[in-house]
Write a protein that binds this ligand. Structure first.
Ligand SMILES: *Cc1c(COP(=O)(O)O)cnc(C)c1O
Length: 437
């Protein structure tokens, strides 16, 4: 009884989900459009009971944060075609100490990087690869799935395709991603293409290559991924007792994830599961800030920039594909776009680590925006805030080690914790401990 199809955001075109199509006839982005009126066949309380019940089930689909909401994701996909790595249901870290330090009501950090491949990209990739798996089972010819990536998308694509037994091809900007991110698709058996360009360059080449429909495009322009990523909003709402915080802060690069966050909230409002809109804040690195600049110009239009090298490598993007959806997200949710310097994002990540987090630079970008906006008075003391952490810090060991060694270019690491190098003598150790404990 539940149904979804692709619609172009310009409203002109509609296509069945079984069709291989990424844009409307006028070039506009597509979105998976659900028959929301059918959702009304269940009351808000019935939805809560259904989702609450699945939280105690061990059925493979129920164990996934994404597929436990399957009626709202891909309602017509047969459960046996799902390719899952138990994505979702990630920890919600209570950062009360930090909230107290900066004087806000509460701060939680949603650790989306505590996931199979170490980033939130798993949430979208399970949906995309499941749909591809379904199409292949229906004898639609797909030889491989391809993506351009700043690292995490290719890691996720590679793992889900390997699980499903589907070939994958990843296009990476040579020398611009972390070692951990590079090793992941190599290990999972992808065809790995390192190109002498940046992410935006890889993106335009992969789009040309996937014009051949035998090679399926897995970038976030593919709106199937948004359907998985939007479940971040459902999950947060469910774990906060069917409430959302006043403010959500998310780092943005290609701007798919903020679009997903907003779509999830649209759904919750439409289901009657919440009635109050939270505010969405997008954080960008100063070195790759086209969305921030557009926001400052009242969203007159997107002016692509040449993204500069930033420690937040996964958001080093100058021409964000999902710009139109992200603009709507900011407008609908009373949003703000903030930018932070390399110094600010590095310090913010490591300040948060001091209370037990282990932040990647993108999470540092979001936290840096929080600190900055609180200082400016754009976030007030009575606000509850959730920061979306997008990747696991372990993927960015080079960044974190260099920070503590004071080896990051032009950065004076305020929260560095230097190692004590000592001779192997108890007396030397005791001398130091007298000073520091
Ligand atoms: C992909 C990614 C982002 C950016 O998400 P967009 O949807 O491109 O805005 C942020 N952080 C990490 C770690 C990522 O992998």
């Amino acid at each position: 009884m539940f149904h979804a199809e692709f619609k172009s955001i310009s409203g002109k075109d509609a296509y069945p989900l079984s069709q291989i199509v990424y844009r409307g006839s006028d070039g506009s982005l597509l979105e998976v459009c659900h028959d929301r009126s059918a959702w009304k066949s269940r009351s808000p309380d019935e939805w809560k009971i259904l989702f609450g019940g699945r939280r105690t089930s061990f059925a493979p689909a129920d164990l996934s944060g994404v597929w436990s909401k399957r009626e709202l994701v891909l309602p017509e996909l047969p459960v046996e075609d799902i390719v899952t790595l138990q994505e979702g249901w990630t920890p919600l870290f209570n950062a009360q100490k930090l909230a107290k330090e900066i004087n806000i009501k509460s701060l939680r950090v949603k650790l989306c990087g505590n996931s199979h491949t170490g980033s939130f990209k798993d949430l979208g990739m399970t949906v995309l690869v499941s749909q591809v798996n379904h199409l292949i089972k229906k004898n639609i010819s797909i030889k491989a799935v391809a993506c351009a990536s700043t690292g995490d998308t290719s890691a996720a694509l590679s793992a889900y395709c390997a699980k499903a037994g589907i070939p994958s091809i990843v296009f990476l900007p040579a020398g611009k991603i972390s070692v951990a991110q590079l090793v992941q698709p190599i290990s999972n058996g992808s065809i790995v293409l390192a190109l002498d360009t940046d992410f935006d360059g890889c993106m335009s080449i992969v789009q040309e290559v996937t014009a051949d429909k035998n090679i399926y495009l897995a970038n976030s322009m593919n709106s199937l991924r948004i359907e998985g990523q939007k479940t971040i909003s459902y999950e947060l709402c469910q774990e906060l007792g069917w409430r959302l915080p006043d403010t959500l802060i998310i780092p943005g690069g290609n701007l798919g994830n903020v679009s997903a966050l907003a779509k999830g909230i649209d759904d919750l409002l439409s289901l009657g599961l919440i009635d109050k809109k939270p505010r969405i804040i997008v954080a960008q690195a100063e070195k790759a800030n086209p969305f921030y600049l557009a926001y400052k110009r009242n969203f007159d239009k997107l002016e692509p920039v040449q993204a500069q090298k930033t420690l937040a490598s996964a958001i080093q993007i100058g021409n964000p594909v999902s710009y139109p959806k992200a603009e709507l997200a900011i407008k609908n949710y009373n949003g703000i776009v903030e930018q932070v310097s390399e110094q600010e994002l590095s310090d913010a990540a490591h300040r948060a680590d001091k209370i037990g987090l282990y932040c990647c630079p993108h999470t540092g970008t979001a936290l840096g925006a929080l600190f900055k906006l609180k200082e400016k008075g754009s976030i007030s003391s009575d606000e509850s805030v959730v920061v979306i952490s997008t990747a696991h810090g372990l993927k960015f060991s080079e960044f974190k080690a260099a920070y503590h060694e004071q080896k990051l270019d032009n950065i004076s690491a305020k929260y560095a914790n230097a190692i004590h190098h000592l001779p192997a003598k108890a007396s030397a150790v005791m001398d130091v401990l007298k000073e520091v404990v």
